[in-house]
Design a protein around this ligand. Structure first.
Ligand SMILES: [Fe+2]
Length: 382
């Protein structure tokens, strides 16, 4: 039962094969005259952007493609994108891609409307005015930026990812088409799928969880457990395509409204400092943060184990199941970076300042965070 007052934000979305083909008519209905398409080279090469531009042309909507985006989208990419949006006289944004183009598009929308620098909008509810209409079309099954209140941008001065959490960055519409997952490679499928699993687990044990977000989180965990490995092995499996896209959607609805925890706080810090894939960072950290939190949210973790299909749920069997999935997906348990002691200190400080840390079920001290980083990173003592 939801006893307390809760606010839940979920955008309009259309889920299903071929939903991407509705872009022209929806953009027209939402008042698009000139669209900035925010994407990256990989998505352009997969042919999806061409379909989008053709659909816009069919309904006489002009467009400009912006694809100068790094895999961990940088503040400078956002600032250039906002200049392009204004210089091209656009009034509408369509983001197509994984988390990077979608987060960058959210940043462009903020700066194009509110001015200033994207870093000024770090934190919770710091965006004064909503941006131009935004339609998101995800091409991975993990980030969920297409339904979330989150935008994650790399601060290039401090080399840390900042989180912008605001209702103003929720897209106006998401076209969620499982067919777009067919062009992911093996490692992207693995990392984004583990990101979705981490979203669901962290939302479920979050201090801000609710019965509404719990439902979505547990369903996402169940779907990932059933279908991620199938999708990893075969991207033509329609059931796995549909179920993993659905898993990402459920996990996104859960975490957007319940927030995240220690895994994401540490992953933002690690991925920002060393420019590593977000899902890889989460996959490596997840088991260690569960170990830290387990006794503090034991009943919740046992429910997670059950949803994951673990027989005889316990801390050990849950960790074993998650480790088994990570290894089957070819994701290592450690990163060989030869990290220096002062870098470990920096990683820990950034992690503790990340807004996701606030909702971790058990407080993490600087020593706790350092201990986990030392376990997962090859460490140089001098
Ligand atoms: Fe994530």
């Amino acid at each position: 039962m939801m006893k307390e007052l809760r606010k839940i934000v979920i955008p309009e979305f259309i889920f299903g094969f071929n939903s991407r083909k509705l872009i022209g008519s929806y953009a027209k209905n939402l008042g698009a005259e000139k669209v900035l398409i925010v994407t990256d080279e990989g998505v352009i090469n997969s042919g999806w952007v061409k379909e989008i531009t053709e659909s816009l042309t069919e309904v006489d909507i002009d467009y400009h493609v912006f694809s100068d985006i790094f895999p961990n989208p940088r503040d400078i990419d956002v600032m250039v994108g906002a200049d392009v949006f204004l210089a091209q006289d656009c009034n509408f944004i369509v983001a197509i891609g994984g988390g990077s183009p979608m987060d960058c598009a959210k940043g462009i929308a903020i700066v194009a409307t509110n001015g200033g620098h994207i870093i000024d909008y770090e934190g919770v509810d710091s965006v004064p005015y909503p941006g131009p209409p935004l339609i998101c079309i995800p091409t991975t099954s993990g980030t969920s930026a297409d339904v979330s209140q989150f935008a994650i941008i790399l601060n290039t001065m401090r080399l840390v990812k900042i989180a912008i959490i605001s209702k103003k960055v929720v897209p106006d519409l998401a076209l969620i088409d499982p067919e777009l997952l067919t062009t992911m490679d093996d490692y992207l499928t693995a990392c984004t799928g583990m990101d979705a699993l981490t979203h669901a687990i962290e939302a479920y044990v979050s201090n801000a969880s609710s019965s509404f977000t719990d439902l979505h989180a547990l369903e996402a965990i169940r779907l990932v457990s059933n279908d991620l490995i199938s999708l990893y092995r075969d991207r033509s499996n329609e059931e796995a395509l549909s179920n993993m896209m659905l898993a990402s959607l459920h996990a996104g609805i859960a975490f957007s409204n319940a927030s995240l925890g220690g895994v994401h706080a540490m992953a933002h810090s690690l991925g920002g400092l060393f420019d590593l894939p977000h899902g890889e960072c989460n996959s490596i950290l997840l088991e260690h943060v569960i170990e830290h939190n387990f006794e503090f949210a034991k009943a919740r973790y046992l429910n997670i184990a059950e949803a994951f299909g673990v027989k005889s749920p316990s801390k050990e069997t849950l960790l074993e199941a998650i480790r088994g999935m990570r290894m089957t997906l070819g994701i290592k348990g450690q990163i060989d970076l030869r990290v220096k002691p002062d870098e470990i200190q920096k990683l820990a400080e950034f992690s503790l300042r990340d807004p996701c840390m606030v909702t971790n079920p058990k407080v993490m001290s600087k020593a706790d965070v350092i201990q986990i980083f030392e376990r997962v990173l090859c460490y140089e003592s001098k």
